[in-house]
Design a protein around this ligand. Structure first.
Ligand code: GLP
Length: 264
């Protein structure tokens, strides 16, 4: 597990974007797992800039998003489809046929639908790099506390903590979805490489539990400790509850000395 300690949100965003860009340059047909959430916006902005100004080419990249609210049509302004188009897809050159986001507007046949989402990931050759954010309750995707560490893509009821956090995206009086379709923790762990980004004090407890806590279904992100190739890109605020924070700071200093041409 690699912890890349960054000064602030801006540095988290550029470091994460540079890592993704390096993967895309190395393998133009990369299968990229994507996340939504406020934390990812700076990273998508930087990737869009790289596409515009540095000719970063996404034309062969295939993407799979983690999750989508149940009950929202793709064109709903608060759907994750809209989020992704607004913040990323409309700024880069990924052909629409290569973009996959769970469809939250289906009303029946969830089991078959979720199995077909998993099958599409497999047919694409599996996810090479999965990007994750983290919820205050330690969820990844929408795998709320008590999610099985072996779970697959499925509908999931949202926790009170997530409803409280995500209601900021919805207007007062507007009904907020209470469930979502999400990749499972088992699905996420099959990605070849995983990068989780976090910023701000509100994430500090969740980040500490994910990196240093026991592996438990109460904190979905703690399952990442089982993965052989995970990078956490976190800022000082999000890292403040880590007991090993000083160690990660020294690792960064040492890396800066040894590898001046590092990615981040
Ligand atoms: C939602 C998404 C998660 C994301 C989380 C954190 O719950 N399903 O994938 O990690 O939000 O969002 P934010 O970055 O806005 O705190």
């Amino acid at each position: 597990m690699l912890v890349l300690l960054q000064t602030d949100y801006h540095c988290v965003s550029t470091a994460a974007a540079r890592i993704i860009a390096a993967w895309v340059r190395r393998d133009p047909a990369l299968v990229l797992g994507l996340a939504t959430g406020g934390t990812t916006i700076g990273m998508y902005r930087e990737l869009s800039r790289m596409h515009r100004e540095e000719a970063l080419d996404f034309s062969k990249v295939v993407t799979f998003n983690l999750d989508e609210y149940i009950g929202l049509a793709p064109d709903h302004p608060h759907s994750f489809h809209s989020f992704m188009h607004q913040n990323f897809f409309s700024h880069v050159n990924i052909p629409p046929a290569q973009i996959h986001i769970p469809d939250g507007s289906i009303q029946t046949g969830y089991e078959e639908y979720c199995a077909s989402y998993e099958a599409a990931i497999r047919e694409a050759g599996g996810i090479d790099l999965q990007v994750l954010g983290i919820g205050r309750d330690g969820h990844i995707g929408f795998n709320e506390p008590s999610s099985s560490l072996a779970s697959r893509t499925r509908p999931k009821t949202l926790s009170r903590s997530t409803l409280a956090d995500n209601c900021r995206d919805f207007a007062r009086g507007e009904e907020m979805p209470t469930a979502a379709i999400t990749m499972g923790i088992g699905t996420i762990l099959e990605a070849r490489h995983i990068m989780l980004i976090a910023s701000g004090k509100a994430k500090a407890k969740a980040v500490a539990k994910a990196i240093e806590g026991p592996i438990t279904a109460s904190v979905s992100a703690s399952a990442l400790q089982l993965h052989p190739d995970v990078t956490f890109v976190v800022d000082e605020d999000a890292a403040r509850e880590l007991s090993q924070c000083d160690y990660y700071r020294r690792v960064m200093e040492m890396t800066a000395k040894l590898t001046p041409k590092r990615l981040w």
